[in-house]
Design a protein around this ligand. Structure first.
Ligand SMILES: Nc1ncnc2c1ncn2[C@@H]1O[C@H](COP(=O)(O)OP(=O)(O)OP(=O)(O)O)[C@@H](O)[C@H]1O
Ligand SMILES: [Mg+2]
Length: 225
């Protein structure tokens, strides 16, 4: 079974009474261990696709299945659980909480879910992203690349099956960005997640197993490596 399956998905937005067709009937599958890059011009629908995949929003028509379950069929409690436990989000702007330490940022999703033993899990995730020893720092005491590693550790805290990364290297220099991408690719294999990466960078796409080229709300071409 695919971790993520988009089946003939369309998404319309209403903006000032105008209908914007952000996605126009596209399909995509991702299994465990797959590292998939979404590339295409600004406005082609990459972030929209990721939002649907993470059940942050829902298709106008077609189906989005996460681990075989349609996101449109879930009630609020089930949606919260899906977003929290099955999906890890990584953003261009890192989205760390600046008044919390590195440990606390990484632990937060577990604490919100009422789980004990959060520190132990956070320590392990920080080792995965090679930030051992930095848990007591605050985000402003880190480099951009280190902040993104913290965000990746946080995204992995629930051992999600699906990682959604929206331009994760957009605020980093090329060298640091490539290190982050290599890290994401390694973790995709080691943790056996399905990872979908939206990117403008061709270098980033070059690291992926599969590149879906988007244009104007559609997938034009899927290249397997
Ligand atoms: N909440 C919204 N309301 C109305 N229109 C939206 C909304 N979100 C996105 N759109 C429109 O949907 C289309 C796809 O946007 P999307 O953000 O998915 O593109 P993108 O590929 O992520 O672009 P970028 O590379 O700039 O991040 C665009 O035309 C955009 O203006
Ligand atoms: Mg976007």
């Amino acid at each position: 079974m695919s971790i993520l399956s988009l089946q003939n998905v369309s998404k319309d937005y209403l903006s000032d009474g105008q209908r914007v067709e952000a996605l126009k009937g596209l399909s995509l599958e991702a299994d465990r261990g797959a590292f998939v890059a979404l590339v295409g011009r600004s406005g082609c629908g990459k972030s929209t696709l990721l939002n649907l995949a993470g059940a942050m929003d829902f298709p106008t028509s077609g189906q989005v299945l996460v681990e075989g379950i349609s996101t449109s069929s879930l009630n609020d409690a089930a949606l919260t659980r899906l977003r929290r436990e099955k999906v890890g989000f990584i953003f261009q702007s890192f989205q760390l909480l600046h008044t919390l330490t590195v440990f606390e940022n990484v632990e937060l999703p577990l604490l919100l879910a009422g789980e004990a033993r959060a520190r132990e899990a956070a320590r392990e995730r920080l080792e995965w992203v090679e930030l051992k020893g930095l848990g007591d720092r605050y985000p402003h005491q880190l480099s951009g690349g280190q902040m993104q590693r913290v965000a990746i550790a946080r995204a992995l805290i629930h051992s999600p099956s699906l990682i959604l990364a929206d331009e994760p290297t957009g605020n980093l220099d090329t060298t640091t960005g490539n290190v982050i991408l290599e890290l994401l690719r390694r973790l995709t294999r080691e943790q056996n997640t399905a990872t979908i990466l939206a990117t403008h960078s061709l270098e980033a796409a070059a690291l992926a197993d599969r590149v879906a080229r988007m244009r104007d709300g559609k997938i034009e071409e899927i290249v397997e490596r």
